[in-house]
Design a protein around this ligand. Structure first.
Ligand code: ZN
Length: 481
């Protein structure tokens, strides 16, 4: 028999089930990797291990739907602290091309540690950068990191096939041929994808964005994904520059481009979707296409505010994503939910996002986006992925009238006390239990410094220069180059 664990006397348990039940004086029983029962009062069965949930809130583990973990190596680079997406990318490509498999591992481990510490139990990652020299098996190293630290992982095999010589944005030497990309996609699917319920590793496929992939790759990727019954992911409608690029290159809007390539449906989730018009929002809902909403990144890059309330009104599934650490600079899922709750108060004429809605997006919305029905809620049979937060901390003093909302309204600097993935406690009392955090940080810093130094040497870009804050870098316009 698998080991059993019981958390009892829980002050409040937010199930995030279809009825959105909130249970007071609750318990949750866990057997091995799955939830056995959830209820109130005295639990019906004993357990081998018992945790006292007095003064605690328990919520489902958060699901991160969009990240570029390797960007942990390029947080807050001075030259692009005030740059919009295109100049930001053009500068960072120079550093990212120096990435090595060891750096991928270190950055993934550190980013995953940040995610666990902020209550995330399942993360996706979109790694699309495979420099022509030495980039073999990057995603294998990310899977190694996820297994080491104990987070549920859904890496997305990203890709770029349209370099500068084909009219794309990135330099040619960090792009790959369509054949090489598709071959590696198939290899990863065959090697790692686990379709079984409660799987710890699932693979998705994700050409990067309209301005760096070829039409043929988009079509072939979604065809391959449907052959293997896995989800597909890409960036869409992030900036007005992208819109302009699509008009010039494809003579249509980004959304039309994607639709024409067969890229709408329940097995697709799209990052950002800021610049969508009403018919496009309508079509997103009709096709069941999901969104990875990244409010912090959208603010950081000045990309705009996604029409989240209007998307929700049209039944578009919305999950949350921290996005890469060069456009968020941290991987804090609860902070992302708070950002979502607050940001949309600036949208004129729409109902504000509540704390519960933001947490719903961070749990059920994220699970739906990743195509999973076994995570995102605390119900019998689902994965034992949960987060425990002590409500008797300073930050929550006086906030007991609504303990669930308190977590976003009064976000504590150290909000999570325990993170459980697959029935295993992987983060507790401020530490990831399966790694040496100091070593992970030192390794990450070592690789980050080496990449920056190599880029400085080769590109001559003043990457360490402090930006002139009096002159914000205006959004990049292709016609000006
Ligand atoms: Zn992204």
């Amino acid at each position: 028999m698998p080991p059993t664990l019981l958390i009892k006397n829980i002050q409040l348990l937010a199930t995030m089930n279809d009825r959105r039940d909130l249970l007071s004086d609750a318990y949750i029983q866990i057997e091995g990797p799955r939830i056995l029962s959830v209820g109130t009062g005295e639990p019906p069965l004993a357990a081998e291990r018992i945790i006292d949930g007095k003064n605690c809130l328990v919520i489902p583990g958060l699901v991160n739907t969009h990240h570029h973990l390797i960007q942990v190596l390029t947080k807050n680079i001075p030259l692009v602290q005030t740059a919009g997406l295109f100049p930001w990318l053009l500068t960072l490509y120079e550093i990212w091309r120096e990435i090595t498999p060891e750096a991928v591992y270190a950055a993934s481990l550190t980013g995953m540690a940040e995610l666990l510490a902020s209550g995330c139990t399942c993360t996706s990652d979109h790694l699309y950068l495979f420099p022509r020299v030495g980039s073999g098996h990057f995603i294998d190293r990310q899977i190694d990191a996820a297994r080491q630290i104990g987070i549920r992982f859904q890496p997305c095999r990203g890709s770029m096939s349209r370099g500068k010589s084909l009219g794309g944005l990135p330099p040619d030497d960090i792009c790959q041929s369509e054949e090489a990309i598709l071959e590696d996609c198939r290899r990863l699917l065959e090697t790692y994808h686990d379709p079984a319920p409660l799987a710890m590793t699932r693979i998705s496929l994700g050409p990067c964005a309209p301005f760096n992939v070829t039409d043929q790759l988009m079509k072939e990727t979604v065809r391959l994904a449907r052959e293997y019954k896995v989800s597909c992911h890409t960036h869409l409608a992030e900036t007005l520059d992208e819109e302009e690029y699509c008009r010039k290159t494809y003579h249509c809007r980004p959304f039309d481009y994607l639709e024409n390539l067969g890229w709408l449906g329940q097995d697709i989730w799209l990052a950002h979707c800021i610049h969508l018009n009403e018919p496009e929002i309508e079509k997103m809902g009709q096709t069941g296409t999901s969104i990875a909403h990244c409010p912090t990144s959208n603010l950081r890059l000045g990309s705009g505010i996604a029409p989240i309330r209007r998307l929700l009104d049209r039944q578009v599934p919305v999950g949350l994503g921290v996005d890469g650490s060069a456009s968020n600079d941290s991987s804090h899922m609860l902070a992302e939910a708070r950002q979502c709750m607050l940001l949309h108060r600036l949208e004129p004429g729409v109902a504000w996002i509540t704390a519960e809605e933001a947490l719903w997006m961070a749990t059920r919305g994220g699970a739906r986006a990743l195509g999973r029905d076994d995570i995102g809620s605390l119900e019998p049979g689902k994965a034992a992925d949960l987060v425990l937060l002590r409500l008797d901390r300073m930050a929550y003093a006086g906030a007991q009238s609504d303990p669930l909302a308190a977590v976003l309204y009064n976000l504590s600097p150290h909000p999570v006390d325990l993170t459980m993935v697959h029935g295993q406690i992987v983060y507790q009392n401020g530490s990831c239990l399966r790694i040496r955090e100091e070593e992970a940080v030192a390794e990450t810093n070592r690789h980050a410094a080496a990449m920056l130094s190599a880029a400085l040497h080769k590109s001559g870009l003043p990457l360490r220069k402090r930006p002139d804050f009096s002159i914000p870098l205006s959004p990049y316009r292709l016609q000006k180059t």
